[in-house]
Design a protein around this ligand. Sequence first.
Ligand code: SF4
Ligand code: SF4
Length: 327
Amino acid sequence: MADVALPSGGLKGQAIEEGFELAGVCPAVEPPHLDAYLAWLALERHGKMTYMSRSRRQRSGPQSLLPGAKSILAVGLNYNQEPPNPPNDPNERRGRVSRYAVGRDYHKVMRGKLKRIARWAEREYAGLKSRPCVDSAPILERDFAWLAGLGWYGKNTCLINTKRGSWFFIGLLLLDREFEPDEPAVGDCGTCTKCIDACPTGALVYEEGNRVAVLDSNLCISYLTIEHPGALTAKQQRLLNGWVFGCDVCQDVCPFNRPRPHQPLRAAPTREPDFAPRPANVMPRLTWLAGLGDEQFVDAYRGSALMRAGPERMRRNALGLLRQSPR
Ligand code: SF4
Ligand code: SF4
């Protein structure tokens, strides 16, 4: 007798209880947009993120991460908030930090929630095995979140949920049981090109006929400030546009991230207390940041997503901004 898919309502209900706003289930198949991803790698649009090309085989199937994986629970957690204004000290130059990084490191927050869902599933289904993934394992998380119905691809390359917008983190829980899947998300940007027009560096490459734009990481401020190793050239420093960690421009301008009377959930503020802004993360003073020693940096940013860039890159970014004329 063929296996019958288990109902997925309980799993998704646990996700909502954990505080995720979005939850859906998809089969653990080859990622549907794998070819586009491989073409992106072939054009070297991943910059110097060599781990992406090294792990291309693993990214072709979730079974490389969880043997026997059959289903994936995809979840979304709203991180949207307007960071508070920095102190009013006009003579101090400050660097902008992407809004996803002003509070506690999302990896830790999401992983804790996914682990609790995993423990629930293990109690509910004897012998079930699972593996949480939050932006650190070699898996195309966004593609599975699309397949599970969380959102569709916008031209800014983010997943957009029609009701909520795109200010949400994605996490996955791989499962070795088959659960009833949801439908892939449906939607598109129509004729809008606001994000492409607003990107200060031209990092979003859009060719008519393609529904999805392509991100050239080599030009993206988010990549340059967080992932790019070594020194920044003078040209790269000029691209930073006041950002010292990440960049929000292409999401900020998106109409799906603007509240509307008939779409009250769009751009709603996060309900997650761990994402409350930390003073050191909100537009830090550039001279202070540029002068931080490694230990001082860790003291200031322990448990925050800025640890991903680390002290050397953050000093480099701050110095790069200080070399530009104030904006
Ligand atoms: S994050 Fe900033 S630099 Fe990167 S594509 Fe979006 S707007 Fe452009
Ligand atoms: S700004 Fe416009 S084109 Fe860009 S993702 Fe949003 S809706 Fe799509």
